[in-house]
Design a protein around this ligand. Structure first.
Ligand SMILES: [Fe+2]
Length: 137
C-alpha cells in the first residue's frame, strides 16, 4: 500500500464521517430546535454538501477538458451528463435555504425560490434569480 492509496482511504473515511455528522446533527436539530429551524439547518447541510459535490464535478470537468487523452475519453460523457444536474442541485438548494432563512427572519419569502421557478442551471442564472427574488414574494 503506497502513500496515495493510504491518503485515498483516509480521505474517504473523512468524507464518510462528515456525512454521518451532518445526518446526526440534523436529527439533533429536530429534537433541539423543532421542525422549522431544523429544516433550515438541514438546508444549510445540504447546501454545504452540494457545494462540495459541485466543486468535485467542476474539477472532473476540468480534467475531462485538460487531462490526458485517456482521461478525456473516460470523463467526457459522464461529466456532460452530470454537471448540469449538479449545478441544479447547488443553486436550488441555496435558493430554498436562503428563502427559508428570510421567512424565519420575518420577511416575505419567495417560496418556491426563483431558482426553482426559473429552473436555474448556471451561476449566472442563479445570480439573476436571486436579484429578482422580490418579484416572487
Ligand atoms: Fe449533487
Amino acid at each position: 500500500m503506497n502513500r496515495k492509496h493510504v491518503e485515498g482511504l483516509l480521505s474517504r473515511a473523512l468524507v464518510k464521517a462528515k456525512g454521518e455528522f451532518m445526518i446526526s446533527s440534523i436529527h439533533q436539530a429536530i429534537e433541539l430546535l423543532g421542525a422549522d429551524a431544523a429544516q433550515i439547518y438541514a438546508g444549510e447541510c445540504v447546501t454545504e454538501a452540494e457545494t462540495k459535490d459541485h466543486l468535485n464535478w467542476s474539477l472532473l470537468e476540468h480534467v475531462s477538458k485538460h487531462g490526458s487523452h485517456e482521461l478525456k475519453k473516460a470523463l467526457a460523457e459522464p461529466v456532460s451528463k452530470v454537471i448540469t444536474q449538479e449545478a441544479h442541485h447547488l443553486f436550488h438548494t441555496q435558493g430554498w435555504t436562503r428563502e427559508l432563512w428570510i421567512k424565519q427572519l420575518g420577511f416575505p419569502a419567495a417560496l418556491p425560490p426563483p431558482e426553482e421557478v426559473k429552473a436555474v442551471e448556471t451561476q449566472i442564472g442563479a445570480g439573476r434569480a436571486e436579484q429578482q427574488r422580490d418579484r416572487y414574494t
